[in-house]
Design a binder for this molecule. Sequence first.
Ligand code: HEM
Ligand SMILES: *[C@@H]1O[C@H](CO)[C@@H](O)[C@H](O)[C@H]1NC(C)=O
Length: 324
Amino acid sequence: MDSNKLIAFLVIVVTLLLHGNNYTVVEAQLSQGFYSSSCPLLLPIVRTAVTSAVAFDPRMGASLLRLFYLDCFVNGCDASILLDDTSSFTGEQNAASNHNSARGFNVIDNIKSAVERVCPGVVSCADILAIAARDSVVTLGGPRWRLNLGRRDARTASQAAANSSIPAPTSSLSQLITSFANLGFTAREMVALSGAHTIGQAQCRNFRTRIYQETNIDPTFAATRQQNCPITSGSGDGNLALLDSLTPFVFDNSYFRNLMSQRGLLHFDQVLFNGGSTDSIVREYSQNARVFRNDFAAAMLKMSQISPLTGSDGEIRMSCGRTN
Ligand code: HEM
Ligand SMILES: *[C@@H]1O[C@H](CO)[C@@H](O)[C@H](O)[C@H]1NC(C)=O
């Protein structure tokens, strides 16, 4: 073999090895610096956009946090919830928990457009949603957690999986514990994550039964909520109430103080403090804001890493509402 042929042979061998590595041996993982050279402006762009979206609509921080949770609980944080339905495709946006309820899609689309202008084809919608949720909490005074990036976007979505993975607001404590355990969370982490209801709003249809029929509710609180949520199903279904009326736009531990005084808005909320095994955790978080902040941040980091698509799985969507 002459030297030119030898070099050509070595190039082929090395290429095959690297190629093989990419696809089989090295399992790509999320990392903090994933976009530090490919899109250094990513974090400031998202932070600025989230801050102004929340300034324009104070509820938006809550909506972006929830959107991320609704995405992560269905086959991982892969932006599946962002895929719009079409005549030939049914995604997650009209699943039971999301229909007429999940919001913030426009904000994510706008951030994606801004990011595409500076680093086209590089940053996934799944990562943009993960950063936007974190920044929303920080903007509202909550804790910051580490952002590991490098998620890729799903090529599909599942309405059936969304219906079965996202717990209903009528769930019992044991159903909640099971739903979260299915994704690897302890009961304590479930309670910490539920502290997200220290911000945001819910529709009358989701708390009507609680304020008219349940007995583990503060009567004054129930009467106040009844004023804007008619007893008859079908009227005022979409009327909104604050999940935490003490400090609705501050990410603090007052959600747990509400539960201690039977002022949880959703059936699901009060279930966490109703004589069961999670009472002691609720009491602890209500008394110690610091412990709640730390536990919430740790649980969010964990949630943000539920089965991400990495390496060559999935794709980097051009537009968050549809696959490439
Ligand atoms: C444990 C089971 C959970 C149930 C049953 C539940 C249920 C609900 C329901 C029914 C609403 C009101 C939706 C509406 O009326 O349109 C809501 C709102 C909200 N949820 Fe949850 N949730 C749960 C867990 C979580 C978690 C883990 C997070 C985030 C980490 C979260 C964040 C939020 C936020 C921020 C809102 C307010 C959204 C807005 O104002 O746009 N929830 N949740
Ligand atoms: C999911 O739930 C919604 C609302 O209850 C229902 O209309 C839809 O048919 C369900 N989808 C699947 C695939 O089960």
